[in-house]
Design a protein around this ligand. Structure first.
Ligand SMILES: Cc1cc2nc3c(=O)[nH]c(=O)nc-3n(C[C@H](O)[C@H](O)[C@H](O)COP(=O)(O)OP(=O)(O)OC[C@H]3O[C@@H](n4cnc5c(N)ncnc54)[C@H](O)[C@@H]3O)c2cc1C
Length: 552
C-alpha cells in the first residue's frame, strides 16, 4: 500500500490530462463550489501564439514543445512506413492543435454503442450532451443543435473560394445533394465544414472550458506534470504520482473521491498499463505488478486512414498555395487582423462530402474532404509552389483494429502503437471505393475550368492494385485515435469501462476521453469526445441523465 509522498496534497477529484475531455470535466465538476479539482497536464500552458491562429496548425503539428510526436509501427499496409500520429501535449490537448472541424457523425453510430449493452448511450440519450457542450452560431435545428452560451462556438466557413464552389457544384451535378447541416442527424451530402473558430481564432477546449474553470477558486491546474502512476489502495484509486521531468522526483496528489483519466487514447491506455491495470502478459513484460487484469486495456485501437489526391490548377488561379506567400500573404494577414475572412482563419479542410462506397447503402460510409490548396508530395501540410487543390477520402467505420502497448514502465518512452491500417479486407474495399469517388469528384465539368492535371497519384495509377499500392505508400492518419479503453458490459472480456465510465473491477477510477469509444463514429472525433466528457461529469456529480433528445 503506497504511503503519501512528502508534500502530497488532496483534492476531491484528480483529472489526468487537460485535453478536450479533461477541460470539460474540470469546468463541469467545479461548477459545484463545494468540490475541489486538480488537473494534471503533461504539457505547457497554451501560450504558443500559433495555437490560436487557425492556420498555425501547420506549425504546431511539428512542434515537440506542444505535441507528443508519436509514430506507429510500420506494416506492409503502410508501405513499411511509420505514420506520425501526433497528439496535443499542451492545455487543450489535441483540441489545441487539431483541424477544428466540428462533426458529430451519424445517429446510428451511437445506437450501435447502446446495442452493445451500453445503457444510456443511444443517439437520443447523447443528443442533450452534444447540445450542452455546443454554442452553434449559424443555421441549425434548435432541437438538435446546441446554443449554450458556455458551449464551444461552432461557426460556418466564411472564406469561400471559387474552386470550392465549383467542386461543390460538381458534386451536386453527380447527384450528391447539398446538405444545409451535416450535424443535424442527416449527414449525407456536400457542403462546407463547421468549425470551432470564433472571430478568427481557434477555440480549443482549454479556451472554451478550462480557462473559465481556472478562474474558479476550487480548481488547480498543474502543467508540465506528467502522471507516471495511479496510486491504489487495494482496488481503489486514491491518487496519482507525477513527474516534472524524466528522472526527476515523483510528486503526488491524492483524490478523496475519484481519479479520472482523460489522457487521450494513447496515453490513457499507457497510464493504466504502467499503473498495473491491463493484460497480465504485458504488465509482466514491462515489469509492473498486476493490480487488476483487464485484457482490453490498449486493445481495440482504431483510426481513420486517408488517401489524398492532388490536382495541379491552371496557371493564374490563386489557390491557398499562392495566397500564403509574399505580398498576398501580407494582405491575408491584414484581413485577419481586421477581423475579415482570411486564409489564416480557415480549417485545413474546407468542404465535406459524406457519401456511400456503393449505391444501396443506408448511410454514408465515406468521408471526403476538399481544400483549394495542395501539399508537396510526401510532406504533410507543406504547400506546393504551384496552384493546386487536394481531395482525400477515408472510410467512416474501419474494421481494422490495433493496439497501444507500453514498452516499459517509463512514461517518457513512447509506447508501441499499431493501428493495423487497412488490414481488414472490407477496409481495403471501402478505401478503394473512396479513392475512386474522389477521382470522380475531381473530374466534374463544373471543376474542369480550374483543373490542369492530376499530379498525385497521377493518371497512370488506375487499377485496384495500383491504387491500393499508392494508398499504402502515401496514406496518412487523420489523428482520430479511439478505443483503447473501450466501454462495454462486464460480460465483454475486452471491455475496460462500464457504461458509467467506471473501470471494471476498480473503485474510484474512471476513464473519460476518446479511448472509451467502443466503435468509430462516422466523423472526426472531437465533438463526440466533448459529449462523452459532459456525460461523465453528470455521472460523477450523481445527476440524473438529461432528458433524451429527439431521435433523428
Ligand atoms: C492534428 C490533429 C487534428 C485533428 N483534427 C480534428 C478535427 O478537425 N476535428 C475533430 O473533431 N477532431 C480532430 N482531431 C481529434 C480530436 O482533437 C481528438 O479526438 C480529441 O482531442 C480527443 O480528446 P481527448 O480528451 O481524448 O485527448 P486530448 O485532447 O489529446 O487530450 C489529452 C491530454 O492529456 C494529456 N496527457 C497525456 N498523458 C498525460 C500524462 N501521463 N499526465 C498528464 N497529462 C497527460 C495530453 O498532454 C493532452 O493534453 C484531431 C487531432 C489531431 C491530433
Amino acid at each position: 500500500m503506497p504511503t503519501a509522498a512528502p508534500g502530497a496534497d488532496a483534492f476531491d477529484y484528480v483529472i489526468v490530462g487537460a485535453g478536450a475531455a479533461g477541460s470539460v470535466l474540470a469546468y463541469r465538476l467545479s461548477e459545484d463550489p463545494a468540490v475541489t479539482v486538480c488537473v494534471l497536464e503533461a504539457g505547457p500552458p497554451d501560450r504558443n501564439p500559433w495555437i490560436h491562429v487557425p492556420a498555425g496548425f501547420i506549425r504546431t503539428l511539428f512542434d515537440p514543445s506542444c505535441t507528443w510526436q508519436f509514430r506507429t509501427e510500420p506494416t506492409e499496409n503502410t508501405g513499411g512506413r511509420p505514420i506520425a500520429t501526433t497528439q496535443g501535449r499542451v492545455l487543450g490537448g489535441s483540441s489545441s492543435i487539431n483541424g477544428m472541424i466540428y462533426n458529430r457523425g451519424q445517429p446510428a453510430d451511437l445506437d450501435a454503442w447502446a446495442q452493445r449493452g451500453n445503457r444510456g448511450w443511444g443517439y437520443a440519450d447523447c443528443l442533450p450532451y452534444y447540445r450542452r457542450s455546443e454554442n452553434r452560431i449559424g443555421f441549425g435545428d434548435a432541437r438538435v443543435r446546441g446554443r449554450a452560451a458556455d458551449g464551444i462556438p461552432v461557426t460556418d466557413m466564411d472564406w469561400l473560394h471559387p474552386i470550392s464552389e465549383a467542386f461543390i457544384a460538381g458534386c451536386v451535378g453527380l447527384g450528391i445533394p447539398r446538405n444545409p447541416d451535416y450535424n443535424s442527424g442527416d449527414q449525407a451530402g456536400v457542403g462546407y465544414f463547421q468549425r470551432a473558430i470564433l472571430r478568427g481564432r481557434r477555440v480549443s477546449a482549454a479556451r472554451a472550458f478550462l480557462k473559465p474553470a481556472m478562474a474558479r477558486r476550487n480548481v488547480v491546474v498543474r502543467t508540465s506534470a506528467r502522471a507516471s502512476r495511479i496510486l491504489f489502495e487495494g482496488r481503489r484509486a486514491v491518487g496519482v504520482r507525477y513527474l516534472r521531468a524524466r528522472g526527476g522526483p515523483e510528486e503526488e496528489v491524492r483524490a478523496r473521491r475519484e481519479v479520472i483519466v482523460s489522457a487521450g487514447t494513447v496515453n490513457t491506455a499507457r497510464l493504466l498499463q504502467v499503473s498495473g491495470v491491463g493484460p497480465a502478459w504485458l504488465l509482466q513484460r514491462i515489469g509492473v505488478p498486476v493490480v487488476h487484469e483487464l485484457r482490453g486495456v490498449g486493445e481495440n485501437f482504431r483510426d481513420h486512414y486517408a488517401s489524398r489526391f492532388v490536382v495541379r490548377a491552371r496557371p493564374g488561379v490563386p489557390t491557398l498555395n499562392e495566397l500564403s506567400r509574399g505580398l498576398r500573404l501580407g494582405a491575408e494577414i491584414a484581413r485577419w487582423a481586421l477581423g475579415r475572412p482570411s486564409i489564416l482563419a480557415t480549417s485545413p479542410s474546407h468542404v465535406h462530402v459524406f457519401w456511400k462506397s456503393f449505391t444501396g447503402l443506408d448511410a454514408p460510409d465515406l468521408q471526403c474532404v476538399f481544400t483549394p490548396g495542395s501539399y508537396a508530395p510526401g510532406r504533410t501540410y507543406v504547400l506546393d509552389d504551384y496552384p493546386g487543390m487536394t481531395a482525400g477520402a477515408w472510410q467512416h467505420r474501419p474494421e481494422s483494429a490495433g493496439w497501444v502497448r507500453a514498452r516499459s514502465a517509463d512514461v517518457f518512452e513512447d509506447p508501441e502503437i499499431q493501428p493495423n491500417y487497412l488490414s481488414d479486407p472490407l477496409d481495403r474495399r471501402v478505401h478503394l471505393a473512396g479513392m475512386r469517388l474522389v477521382r470522380r469528384l475531381l473530374s466534374t465539368p463544373e471543376l474542369a475550368p480550374y483543373v490542369e492535371r492530376e499530379t498525385m497519384p497521377g493518371p497512370e495509377v488506375q487499377t485496384d492494385d495500383e491504387l491500393l499500392d499508392y494508398a499504402r505508400r502515401n496514406g496518412t492518419t487523420t489523428y482520430h485515435l479511439i478505443g483503447t479503453a473501450r466501454m462495454g458490459p462486464a460480460s465483454d472480456p475486452t471491455a475496460v469501462v462500464d457504461d458509467r465510465l467506471r473501470v471494471h473491477g476498480m473503485e474510484g477510477l474512471r476513464v473519460a476521453d476518446a479511448s472509451i469509444m467502443p466503435g468509430m463514429p462516422s466523423a472526426n472525433t472531437c465533438a463526440t469526445t466533448l459529449m462523452i466528457a459532459e456525460k461523465a461529469a453528470d455521472f460523477l456529480r450523481g445527476r440524473e441523465a438529461a432528458p433524451a433528445g429527439e431521435a433523428a
